[in-house]
Ligand binder design. Structure first.
Ligand code: ZN
Ligand code: ZN
Length: 112
């Protein structure tokens, strides 16, 4: 049987994300976030957890492409290409707004 990483607080599945610096895991159910070590624990993947996981990934899929994580260069960006800057250092106002919207959305789902 396969395993899934769940939140220490609410026992719901965690997502793996680069949305928050140094917090690779995020819990869409209660808003907990943390690094690779100590944030969650593995449990057996039950049918209930599996369907929760589908919902979580559908929500995450709506916002993840809008989130501009720090510490990364964008391969399609000229400025990233020509300077030493990471992409978040020269976001357009539109990209910035989108990214903030996505992060807010992400946190608004954490209602437990
Ligand atoms: Zn949680
Ligand atoms: Zn760039």
């Amino acid at each position: 049987m396969s395993k899934v990483m769940v939140c220490n607080g609410c026992e719901q599945p965690l997502i793996f994300t680069f949305a928050f610096p140094y917090c690779e895991y995020y819990c869409l159910s209660c808003g907990a976030k943390g690094g690779i070590f100590g944030t969650g624990h593995e449990v057996e993947l039950t049918p209930e957890l599996k369907s929760t996981l589908v919902t979580i990934h559908r929500k995450w899929g709506q916002v993840k492409r809008h989130i501009v994580a720090s510490r990364f260069k964008l391969t399609t960006c000229n400025i990233c290409d020509k300077t030493n800057e990471n992409h978040h250092q020269h976001l357009t106002p539109k990209e910035k707004a989108k990214s903030e919207w996505a992060l807010e959305k992400l946190e608004s789902w954490a209602v437990l």
